[in-house]
Ligand binder design. Structure first.
Ligand SMILES: Cc1ncc(C[n+]2csc(CCOP(=O)(O)OP(=O)(O)O)c2C)c(N)n1
Length: 659
């Protein structure tokens, strides 16, 4: 292996050496502990350390890295205290994730490391978001995300690279091509000659380097960093390397030909670099011995702290409390405010406009939302007011855009992503469910993101432009799900969503956009998320509903003046306002839960269970649900009308009243 140290100072050479020894020595210790059964799962990066260490040290310390499961060298090179890492791996409270995360699935904002989720590819788009924040702030900084060779087959890889290229984001995408994705060799993973060739298709620069040569990695990343900053472009780097151990320690290496171990063993990144430094007389054997002794002591001391720390004690209250980033919303008194009659869509648009004025670090992203004004024209004129930097047309890359939103949040930005239709959230689902929702609970970062979801049927748009999919998110701890039913509430809740540092799915019924209007305050105001609204009081029967259901319930009540109907509009589905639900049950003793979403697994089922568990004595009849048919949403109007819950509302109410 040839090392070229030209332009690299002696101090840097030694610094690199010290840093490549650390992860190797930690791993050697970990393998012993593993055999002793004192730690559980471990992913080895032995043989690949040159990449993580060389790349991390080539960056500024305040530049974000998105490491994966073989990148111990990223964590050690950022000088995370050993003891805290051991506390982390042993699942102790004092680690980085209060015992909630395993192996390398943690991050820390103080160290500018974004923790991975198991799904690998989603790391890449978060780097896009961080880079976008740098670009917007005109900072000379980059972000760097890792991928394995296997991970390059994921759609997330494509989306992240495409978005970074189109938006000119200074991101370094670093592939560690170690020959295998678990047991799958690269021949069964992709058909291009080199993975760096993929860069051509994205219109970005791609290079292949020797990943086992730490100086080559270090130099390349330094140059790549300068290139990304100067050109405001991403770059793809493929570092060739080899995984010297199994995928994880329990999985073995039977499928790997023995010759490969011999061949790559000779290319060991640590041994080769050490020999080079010895030959160059940069270090000597005494130096190595002293360094090893020092690191070993640090490891032993850290381990002792880890083993001596008590096992984490579960506190349900703390577990629940950490699901969300702390925030106290409020409902403003709007009584004295001047108002204008507005349609639902206009109220939302005004709210969004005022949020953009208030939060100068709020960025809007979505397909066709810039000059075109969005599929529903909600952001019409926004580019003129706020410019294209903050009102961003996106490529058709839903997953990458949600990931980008999370990256922006890591850098203190707020963002709104408009799903063109709520139905399309399926292709951004993983980022929402696994990254946005869980990040605060897992390691204390937050996703200050609002995903706007034009939803609902009744407009003859067929199975893929009409779905109600709020229940998918209602089931996911860490998300907030907001679903206003009136223009005034839509504006106040949207503004509240931008105040809240948590990820919010904001549902807007398309059929309400232009069909209803009311007086809406002109000023900025918020309505507290998590609070239901009593639409009208009544004595005979309670309808608990939200969104379009509120209008169906009101229409029914107007048509039946002799029946005294109590209507509760939930407004927020997650977290639910159980106090208001209980009051609504108490008011009449007969409860109907109404929603446009399909019946099975809908929010009605959960509410019904909660009511029977907590309000049984208050009931005079079984809780009934009225929901749409358990079918996809059909296109033809007669079929769609038959599908919708409204079609069965009168009959269900009659049944309950007559019980
Ligand atoms: C979406 C997803 N599919 C499958 C897996 C299971 N899995 C974990 S790591 C891995 C192999 C990854 O290979 P590669 O990207 O080459 O990285 P390496 O492990 O070689 O460093 C697989 C299949 C996963 N974690 N996520």
């Amino acid at each position: 292996m040839k090392f070229n140290s030209k332009g690299i100072s002696k101090e840097e050479l030694i610094h690199l050496y010290k840093n490549i020894v650390k992860p190797r020595m930690i791993e050697e210790k970990m393998l012993i502990l593993l055999r002793q059964g004192r730690i559980s799962k471990w992913f080895s990066g032995i043989g690949q350390e040159g990449i993580a260490v060389g790349a991390t040290l080539a960056l500024d310390k305040d530049e974000y890295v998105m490491p994966l499961h073989r990148n111990l060298g990223v964590f050690t090179s950022r000088e995370m205290p050993f003891e805290k890492m051991f506390l982390q791996w042993q699942g102790k409270k004092e680690g980085f994730s209060k015992g909630r995360e395993r192996s390398f699935h943690f991050g820390a904002k103080d160290y500018h490391i974004c923790g991975m989720i198991s799904h690998l590819g989603p790391q890449l788009a978060i780097a896009d978001g961080v880079a976008l924040a740098h670009k917007l702030a005109k900072e000379d900084k980059v972000s760097l995300a890792f991928s394995g060779d296997g991970g390059t087959s994921e759609g997330d890889f494509h989306e992240a690279l495409n978005t970074a290229a189109v938006w000119g984001l200074p991101v370094i995408f670093m592939i560690e091509n170690n020959g295998y994705g678990l047991s799958t060799p690269i021949e069964e993973q992709f058909m291009c000659k080199q993975l760096a060739d993929k860069a051509i298709g994205y219109g970005m620069k791609g290079i292949t380097i020797d990943g086992n040569n730490i100086l080559e990695v270090y130099r390349t990343i330094k140059e790549a960093r300068a290139y990304c900053i100067k050109e405001q472009k991403p770059i793809l780097i493929e570092a060739m390397t080899f995984r010297m151990r199994g995928h994880e320690e329990a999985s073995g290496v039977k499928y790997v030909p023995k010759e490969l171990f011999e061949e790559w063993g000779k290319k060991d990144p640590l041994k080769n670099y050490e020999t080079f430094l010895l030959n160059e007389k940069v270090i000597d054997e005494d130096f190595i011995a002293a360094l090893r002794k020092e690191i070993l002591e640090e490891i032993e001391a850290g381990l002792q702290v880890g083993f001596n720390a008590p096992d984490v004690v579960a506190s349900t209250a703390e577990e629940i409390a950490d699901v969300y980033a702390p925030h106290q919303g409020k409902t403003d008194d709007i009584s004295g405010m001047e108002t204008t009659e507005m349609r639902f869509i206009q109220a939302l648009s005004e709210g969004l406009h005022q949020a953009m004025e208030k939060h100068d670090k709020l960025v809007l992203m979505g397909q066709d939302i810039a000059e075109y004004g969005g599929a529903f024209k909600l952001t019409d004129g926004f580019v003129e007011s706020f410019g294209k930097e903050r009102v961003r047309n996106t490529p058709l890359c839903e997953s990458a855009i949600v990931g980008t939103a999370l990256g922006l949040s890591l850098k203190g930005y707020k963002s709104m992503m408009e799903m063109q239709f709520a139905d399309f959230v399926t292709v951004g689902f993983n980022q929402i469910i696994n990254n946005l929702a869980k990040i605060h609970y897992r390691w204390g970062a937050n996703a200050d993101v609002v995903v706007r979801m034009p939803t609902g049927a009744g407009v003859g748009a067929g199975p893929f432009h009409s779905q109600s999919n709020e229940a998918w998110f209602f089931h996911t701890p860490g998300l907030k799900v907001v679903y206003p039913s009136s223009p005034m509430e839509a504006k106040g809740l949207l503004l509240a969503a931008f105040e809240d540092p948590n990820p919010i799915l904001f549902f807007e019924h398309k059929a309400l956009y232009r069909s209803i209007s009311e007086e809406v305050p002109n000023e900025y105001y918020t309505i507290e998320i998590g609070k239901a609204n009593i639409v009208q009081e009544g004595d005979d029967l309670t309808i608990i509903t939200y969104g379009m259901g509120v209008h169906w319930a009101k229409e029914y009540a107007e048509k039946h003046p002799n029946e005294s109907i109590y209507i509760l509009d939930l407004r927020t589905l997650l977290p639910l306002d159980y106090e208001a639900v209980k009051e609504a049950v108490e008011a009449t003793g007969k409860v109907l839960i109404l929603h446009e979403d399909t019946l099975t697994g809908g929010i009605g089922g959960e509410l019904s269970a909660w009511i029977s568990e907590n309000c049984f004595e208050l009931l005079d009849a079984p809780v009934l649900r009225c929901a749409s048919l358990d079918t996809p949403v059909p296109f033809a109007i007669p079929l769609e009308q038959n599908f919708l819950a409204k079609n069965r509302l009168d009959a269900t109410i009659e049944k309950l009243l007559n019980y």
